[in-house]
Design a protein around this ligand. Structure first.
Ligand SMILES: C[S@@+](CC[C@H](N)C(=O)[O-])C[C@H]1O[C@@H](n2cnc3c(N)ncnc32)[C@H](O)[C@@H]1O
Length: 441
């Protein structure tokens, strides 16, 4: 069966969405918002209709020329064929719809803050090792979840891709094979760059470190850009990059990044925003929403290496950060010392366990920062926060769907979103970072 459809939206996975007579179609192929497309319906199961674009009958006025050689099948970017201004419009509509549908929230949503470098903005890339033409190669997963070799990644800083190829060639010369599709040991390659110092950090993960890491490291470190190199053993049979296995580091253990005038040491396994320019904007908005003064006692849940904790501590009376990765907590403490910030305390553990523990110990907070991973905040954490009766809550999220779910719980107890600002951290993809201020009515 064939249909003629106008594409009115895009899914996270890059499928075009079309509607006809109250039926919703999900269309694969090089389609974008505004295209009128002839579609071949390929399956219909429980009301989900999938189709393939056969022909674009009218090109969208918002079409742009994709720049990446892997566009169309790469699972990473799905918006490269859409004009950047329209990407921002699409993201604002996405946040609005999610907030309304999942959160039942009607708060004002500001325009999405643009990312002026909407290509080559990533300062961290993560490749999976595989093999191509009988050689070790770096790759990503496509929209059907199949691995493919990557020559370039247009949203990543160019030097990160170059370093990734350089490291892969050395590993290949040592006859190492990919675990993923070649029954070898190598799993992932993570390359991160400091936007302030230009230092590069490389992490190679393997199921077993049963090869001569010392000799390989000596070769890799001949590249003067690479300051920090870690081999990390992760025997877990999942696609997770880092596990609990051992790590061996050569060169320095950290690279240094600077945001809002504060320096951060970034260790191999600790989280840091991949787009420092946009991260700074997010932190500025979060601090502005917190409206900090000299008497404020702040709780920063999911604090990473302290990138919101430390700027908040510069203004507030005290800030407590809780983060589950012990290594990140150690680095956060060092970061506080290095920057001469003494009114902070960092605790290692899960927020859901550490927050009740802190309250039992007598800690009190009147302002709350939440910056959780994609899964959002556990209900019991929200309940503890409500009991604290804070003046303001600032919730930063890279997943508006779980954020809207959590905002609904907070709204039911009287904390309403006062202002919502989406920020474009991940141009060319459907992802959006969202900062929300909540206050009691
Ligand atoms: C989105 S990051 C935010 C980090 C930091 N605020 C920043 O902007 O760099 C989320 C952090 O939460 C940590 N995390 C994940 N689940 C956690 C939990 N249940 N309790 C505490 N920390 C957690 C992760 O390790 C990660 O560092």
């Amino acid at each position: 069966m064939e249909e003629i459809l106008e594409i009115i939206d895009l899914t996270e996975e890059g499928l075009g969405v079309g509607k006809k007579e109250k039926r919703v179609y999900f269309v694969s192929g090089d389609v974008t918002v505004g295209d009128v497309v002839k579609v071949k319906v390929t399956s219909e199961k429980r009301g989900v209709i999938l189709g393939e674009a056969l022909e674009i009958l009218t090109n969208s006025p918002y079409r742009d020329v994709p720049r990446c050689p892997h566009f169309g099948y790469c699972g990473g970017c799905s918006l490269q064929n859409l004009d950047y201004e329209q990407q921002l419009v699409l993201k604002k509509t996405k946040v609005y719809n999610i907030m309304k549908k999942i959160g039942r929230i009607d708060a004002p949503i500001n325009s999405v803050l643009p990312n002026f470098a909407f290509y080559r903005y990533r300062q961290k890339v993560h490749f999976t090792f595989g093999s191509s033409q009988n050689k070790l190669a770096i790759g990503y997963f496509d929209r059907k979840n199949n691995w493919f070799p990557v020559t370039d990644c247009l949203i990543a800083d160019k030097s990160l891709v170059e370093v990734a190829h350089y490291v892969t060639e050395i590993l290949d010369a040592f006859k190492l094979k990919a675990y993923f599709n070649d029954a070898g040991v190598l799993r992932h390659l993570v390359v991160r760059k400091s936007s302030t110092t230009g230092e590069i950090q490389v992490v190679i993960t393997a199921v077993k470190l049963n090869f001569n890491v010392k000799e390989i490291a000596a070769k890799i470190l001949l590249n003067p850009e690479i300051q920090s190199l870690t081999f990390h053993e992760n025997p877990k049979k999942t696609r997770e990059v880092f596990g609990k296995g051992t790590a061996v580091t050569f060169g320095t253990r950290y690279i240094t990044e600077e945001l809002l005038g504060i320096s951060y040491r970034l260790t191999p396994l600790s989280f840091f925003q991949i787009n420092p320019v946009q991260a700074e904007k997010i932190y500025r908005i979060a601090l502005d929403y917190l409206d900090l003064g000299k008497t404020d006692m702040v709780f920063d849940g999911y604090s990473g290496v302290g990138s919101l904790t430390l700027p908040a501590a510069r203004i507030a009376a005290s800030v407590v950060g809780v983060e589950e990765i012990r290594d990140a907590v150690e680095v956060a403490k060092t970061n506080a010392k290095l920057n001469g910030i003494a009114n902070v305390n960092f605790f290692a553990g899960k927020v859901e366990e550490k927050l009740p523990w802190l309250l039992k110990k007598g800690y009190r907070f009147n302002k709350i920062i939440l910056d959780p991973p994609r899964e959002g905040v556990k209900k019991e954490v929200l309940e503890e926060i409500i009991k604290l009766n804070p003046e303001r809550i600032v919730y930063v999220s890279c997943n508006p769907a779980t954020q809207a779910r959590d905002l609904k719980i907070l709204a039911e107890t009287g904390y309403y979103p006062v202002e919502i600002t989406p920020v474009d951290m991940f141009s060319q993809t459907m992802h959006v970072e969202n900062v929300v201020l909540l206050k009691k009515k």
